[in-house]
Design a protein around this ligand. Sequence first.
Ligand code: FE2
Length: 443
Amino acid sequence: MRADQNSSINLSDPPRSRTTGHKSRHVALLSNVPLLGRTALASQIQQVASEAVPPHAEYPNLIAFLQFWKWFVPYVRDCIHRKAPYETYSVDRTGIFPVSLPQEEKSLRIAIAADWATGTLEAETVAENMKASNPHCTVHLGDVYYMGEASEINENCLGQPTAKYRGVEWPPGSLGSFALMGNHEMYSGGQGYYGRFLKTLGLLKPDKSVKDPQSAGYFCLDTGHWQMLGLDTGYHSGGMPALAAVPLVNRIPFLNVDARFDDKMMAWLGRTMRVLQSNGTKKPVILLTHHQPVSSFEHAFIKPAKQLARAGLFDGQELVWLYGHEHRLTVYKKRVIAGSLNVYPRCIGHGGMPIRVTVVDRPKPEILYYDPRQHPIDKNDPDTMVGYNGHAVLVFHGKNLTIEYHDVVDNHVLLTETFTPDASGSIQYSSSKAADSPISGSE
Ligand SMILES: [Fe+2]
């Protein structure tokens, strides 16, 4: 349904990248092409396209394709690239970062976005919206477009301008900033993520220099009442680029596209949970990953959930699980996955890429809320219809967790959820939205 056909939804236009000096969403839209769009091949063409033409050009994808020598050689090179070594915490560091509420404040705020680093005006706007909530920490759930190379991290995450575009800066929190890696960082082997982005992340000093570095692709933020576990599904998701788009190929282990947790990370997770539960109590847990363990629309990456279930680290607990990779906002009902994980799945992959339009033509009982809105990137061109970007803010009041889902347009709060854990490991859940919220669904 077109946005202007439904009077109950927000008619505001989101911001537009064109003419502002930011990267165009037209190139990024290629990611929405079925099968081809989620491959390293498409990413390589997109990278060339974004540099090949000014942002006003009408056919950047075609121009990039015709300049095949610019993408084909790098594509072949990246097919046989050496992956960066898997980084871990040194023996004297735990990877557990205490994030305590400053004494003078009443709530701890952690702003999260996924699939955000596009360099577009939409990414810039979402970053400004995140800053408006004065977050103590920020977390990116991965994907720096298009190849996650150091130059793209400089431009799309660290705000460094290039000859063609304005840079966009990932907003640090007052206490810290953290990031997972996605499949796009691994399309170039992960060197840019480890060697460039990670150097700026961790607990921060007031001048934003790093006090306690995030020196691996995973971490634990300990808020006192809740534990947030940022777990790395990106490292084993790069795969063989030409084949990674074929759904059944994803299930062949040696092709490396099952987004599994590395054994080193699983060993760290076991140690971490033993430390955190050493007093005999289990604090409520929020899982953060790049890839989706659950989806009503796309292939779900279930391997990491099976690894967690087999490890038995969360037996008897209900978990909140935030993830991206899928470029949309969807809130699911609580469900059991991988046999024994009791989770509240929330897809927040609507950070910066053109959003896949969520079409629900008959009720899906597993979905609580989704965002049905769409708009054309180009007015009058229905082939450019996309959804709306946004981010989430986690607000901790004592043991109560509230998740606010913020829209790119005017930073409106579209939906609010509250999670209240009890001593048994269960979580009481409630949600609310304004009467004029464009979000579809109800509790
Ligand atoms: Fe991704």
